[in-house]
Ligand binder design. Structure first.
Ligand code: SAM
Length: 326
C-alpha cells in the first residue's frame, strides 16, 4: 500500500507511475475512500444558472470575449423551482453554478439560498466566482453550506496569463476566507493546461492539501473553439486519474468528484475513477433550454430526459459499478 503521508518527491514519482505502481496507487486510494467514505457515492444536482461572465479566462467557453455565445441568466424563482424539482427527484445537495455575473447581487443570492432551504432539506453549494469577504459572509449567514472555487493552477505566472487582470494570490485568499467563514470549501484544478508541468500538478495537490480543501474537483482541460487555447491538446485522462488518487491520499476525508470533464473526455475513465478515490458525481438538472448554452467546453448533451429519469439513470450506473448512492 502507498502511505498517506506524501512529500513532493513521492507525489512526482506517483504522477509519473505506470503499470503495477499506478494500479497500487489506485488500490490505495480506493481503500482510503472505502475507510473514510464507505461504499456510497454522493450524487449532487447542479444548476448552471447563468452563462454570463465578466472574466476572460483563456480556456473557458463562457469568457466575456466569446460574442458568438447566446447568453442567459435564470431568474431567482426559476432557480428555486428547479432546485425543488431536483429535491423531488431524490437529490440531497444542489450546486448553483454560474459565470461571474454581476446581475446577481448578494441579496439575490441570499434570497435564493434561503428559499431553497425553506422548501427543501438540501445542502447548498454555491460556485459563482470570487467575491469580497463581506459578501461571502452574508451568503454563509443565509444558510449556504459549501462554496466551490477551483484555484485552476498553482503556477502564479501561468495563472496570470490565463486570467488577465486576476491573481493566484487573490484566488487562494478567497479559499482561505471561505474556510475561515465555515464553508465546506471546494478547490481544484485542471490537468493538461498548456504551460503546465508535472511539477505544477505536484504544487496543485500540495495546495489543496494545505488549505485544506473539503472538496476538490480535478478534471482534464478540454479545448474550446471560441478561446485562444482552441488548438491546444486536451488533458490526459490517465494522469487525471492518478492526480485524483493522490488527492484521496493527501485528503482522506475530502469529497472528490468524478468530474464531468473527465466523462466528456472518456466515460470509461470516469467510471474507473470510482475505484481510484472518487466518491461524488454531479448531474446537471439545468432546464434543457439552457444546457447547450452553458458551454464551458464542447460536450455532447445527448437526449435530455426529465430530471427524475436522469437521476434514475445515474442510480443504475452506480449500482452497475457496485456502489450505493445517496
Ligand atoms: N465562475 C465560477 C468560478 O470561477 O469558479 C464557476 C464557473 S467556471 C465556468 C467552472 C469551472 O469550469 C472552472 O473552475 C474550470 O475549472 C472549469 N473549466 C472552464 N473551462 C474549462 C475547460 N476548457 N476545460 C475544462 N474545465 C474547464
Amino acid at each position: 500500500m502507498i502511505p498517506e503521508k506524501l512529500n513532493y518527491a513521492d507525489i512526482l514519482c506517483l504522477l509519473k507511475s505506470d503499470g503495477s505502481r499506478a494500479q497500487q496507487l489506485f488500490d490505495s486510494a480506493d481503500s482510503v475512500r472505502s475507510r473514510t467514505k464507505g461504499n456510497t457515492v454522493n450524487v449532487r444536482a447542479i444548476i448552471e444558472f447563468s452563462n454570463r461572465c465578466r472574466r476572460n479566462c483563456a480556456y473557458c467557453g463562457l469568457n466575456c470575449g466569446n460574442t458568438s455565445l447566446p447568453r442567459y441568466a435564470m431568474e431567482p424563482e426559476e432557480i428555486i423551482e428547479t432546485a425543488v424539482e431536483g429535491y423531488g427527484a431524490g437529490y440531497k445537495t444542489v450546486v448553483l453554478q454560474s459565470g461571474e455575473d454581476p446581475y446577481y447581487t448578494v441579496d439575490m443570492l441570499c434570497h435564493i439560498v434561503k428559499s431553497i432551504k425553506e422548501k427543501t432539506e438540501m445542502a447548498i453549494t454555491l460556485s459563482c466566482g470570487e467575491m469580497s469577504e463581506e459578501d461571502f459572509a452574508l451568503i454563509r449567514k443565509s444558510g449556504c453550506d459549501r462554496y466551490l472555487l477551483k484555484h485552476e493552477t498553482s503556477d502564479a505566472d501561468l495563472y496570470s496569463r490565463l486570467h488577465p487582470g486576476y491573481s493566484l494570490t487573490d484566488r487562494i485568499e478567497c479559499l482561505r476566507t471561505l474556510k475561515r467563514l465555515g464553508f465546506e470549501t471546494g478547490g481544484g484544478f485542471m490537468i493538461g493546461l498548456p504551460g503546465q508541468s508535472l511539477d505544477t500538478i505536484v504544487n496543485d495537490l500540495l495546495l489543496i492539501a494545505s488549505i485544506p480543501c473539503d472538496m476538490a474537483g480535478i478534471g482534464p482541460f478540454i479545448p474550446h473553439p471560441e478561446t485562444e487555447l482552441r488548438s491546444a491538446s486536451p488533458g490526459d485522462v490517465f494522469l487525471t486519474r492518478k492526480a485524483v488518487a493522490i488527492a484521496r491520499l493527501l485528503l482522506p476525508d475530502a469529497n472528490l468528484p468524478a468530474t464531468t470533464s473527465l466523462a466528456v473526455r472518456d466515460k470509461e475513465e470516469r467510471n474507473k475513477i470510482f475505484s481510484g478515490g472518487a466518491n461524488v458525481i454531479m448531474k446537471k438538472i439545468t432546464p434543457p433550454r439552457y444546457r447547450e448554452l452553458y458551454e464551458i467546453y464542447p460536450a455532447n448533451h445527448g437526449r435530455i430526459k426529465s430530471v427524475a429519469e436522469e437521476r434514475e439513470e445515474i442510480n443504475r450506473l452506480l449500482t452497475s459499478l457496485g456502489r450505493e448512492y445517496d
